[in-house]
Write a protein that binds this ligand. Sequence first.
Ligand code: GDP
Length: 340
Amino acid sequence: MSINQIHIRLKPYYDPDVDTVVNGIMNGDRHMLSRAITLIESQKPEHEKKAHEILDRCLAKKTSSLRIGITGSPGSGKSTFIEALGELIISQGLTLAVLAIDPSSHQSKGSILGDKARMEKLSSRKEAYIRPTASSGYLGGTSPKTHEAIVLCEAAGYDVIMVETVGVGQSEVLVDTMVDFILLLMLPGSGDELQGIKRGIMEIADAVAITKTDGDQSGIAAISRAEFEAALRMLPVKHPVWQREVFLTSALTGKGIEEVWQNISDFFTAMRKGNILDTRRREQLKSLLYTVLEEMLKKEFFSHPDVVASKERIEQEVLSTELSPFSGAKSLIDSFIRRR
Ligand code: GDP
């Protein structure tokens, strides 16, 4: 048979309308949920309009979930911990969505064991939905799109939503605007990191779990716990109703996992009293407004014909010191505004 005789019948591309996608999401159809997340992550302008319509409809449903950020350095045991905690959550009759770091993304290159199947056991559970999220242009696995993905998972009715990030600072500050509780995972013996970048991350953590405290790590883990407890006492209070704690855990043996979940549950009870959680939800919506606005403005600006036409010339003038960076930026903004 010659190559010309081979007929490949391509399936026509199925492009469901907004109603179908939204109804699918609300009826727990994971394919529709995944499709919607792909749409919000897409850079194509025709996808953007549809994605916004879907998001508007999902936000109108006004569902609520426990939003939890899980952060830690590469290798600190995040995916193994999420599996162990996820199994416990499911065993209590709850459903769980995990917005995980995409091991194949450029941002996480080298920082994640990419060839390893992440959260394999949890992925096979019908009560769990695991989605690696694209974080293009953002460090640490979180981007403003993560917030939109949370909204979609919430409309799909998941009781708990976990967002995984790599502890690099930028991603935690961002994730703090979208989740209610942040759990920081630290390896035993990492107390010396408290002096540097981790201090900032500690400030936004609501609890710390020292991971892998099994085998011969117990001695060093106890020292780390004391160090972290001392460090937490020195930090400004994040929520007046909440005292942060440090837990010794092992995802392998299950040690400390129940205590961590109990702590998270206590946190939500404390936050619901006095309507702190509602206030936080409103703050999250406000920050979503401004991150979306910023993204939209950036996109509009850089695709504006006058900006596109003069960007390179202005860049050259700045490089040759004919123009200062401030005058250059001002001139680009002027040409953007003039033709609006
Ligand atoms: P991540 O990069 O933060 O997601 O870390 P992983 O969950 O991939 O874990 C990194 C390595 O630590 C893997 O080889 C895991 O098997 C191992 N690991 C994770 N949790 C534990 C634990 O509780 N105890 C021990 N001994 N090893 C663990």
